[in-house]
Ligand binder design. Structure first.
Ligand SMILES: [Zn+2]
Length: 216
């Protein structure tokens, strides 16, 4: 009786294993990509970017810069390809009039005017990677901004704007989509740019800056 039961168990186990084995062989490139997207990776990226240690990662500040360094390190570890030359960082300066609450801009005409009078400069950088497509004339951009609102030392209570959903969650999604594309092992139809923008909370500065450079 015991023997027969064991035999039955073994048989059931074999039957259960067979379809899974067969499925594994038939995994499509798309499935291979989708299988890489997971929650722990999301939690790791959002956990760091939205941590109090990054003090709200305001663009043009030390903490925004640290967030950028982290993303560059992640892209290097992923063996990603930079959009431009050999650097993932696309630095740019945003300008504002001297008043502390004046808005920053990257618009070339406005920048020329601002430069003639006392002004402020905020150094920023987009972090950009790409996967070249079979048709590089067509480009798809998958983007999210990594800067957020920083912190307010005059605020009563929690002074840090952590920005987990605005937009650390978007940043981790871009990184995981890139990993998924890599895992397919296939070249995409169009070139895909993976863009992590800086200065978006100050008026969509990073994406505006890249758009002045990309071919129309
Ligand atoms: Zn935002």
């Amino acid at each position: 009786m015991k023997k027969r039961f064991l035999l039955l168990l073994t048989l059931v186990a074999t039957m259960a294993a067979l379809p899974a084995e067969a499925k594994k062989d038939k995994t499509t490139p798309e499935q291979k990509g989708l299988l890489t997207i997971n929650r722990p990776t999301a939690e790791a990226h959002v956990g760091f970017l939205a941590s109090d240690a990054l003090k709200g990662r305001e663009s043009g500040t030390e903490h925004g810069h640290i967030a950028g360094e982290y993303l560059i390190a992640v892209l290097k570890r992923m063996n990603a390809t930079p959009l431009f030359d050999d650097s993932f960082a696309q630095p740019f300066d945003a300008y504002s009039y001297e008043r502390r609450n004046a808005g920053f801009t990257v618009n070339p005409e406005s920048v020329e005017k601002i430069k003639k009078v006392p002004h402020r400069i905020a150094p920023m950088r987009n972090i950009l990677a790409k996967i070249e497509g079979r048709n590089p004339e067509e480009i798809v951009i998958v983007g999210a901004h990594y800067d957020h609102l920083g912190f307010d030392p005059m605020l009563v209570g929690d002074q840090i704007f952590n920005g987990a959903d605005d937009n650390a969650s978007g940043v981790q999604a871009v990184l995981q989509i890139l990993a998924a594309f890599q895992a397919t092992g296939q070249q995409p139809e169009r070139t895909v740019i993976f863009a992590l923008w800086d200065g978006e909370e100050r008026g969509l500065l990073g994406s505006t800056y890249l758009s002045t450079i990309l071919p129309r």
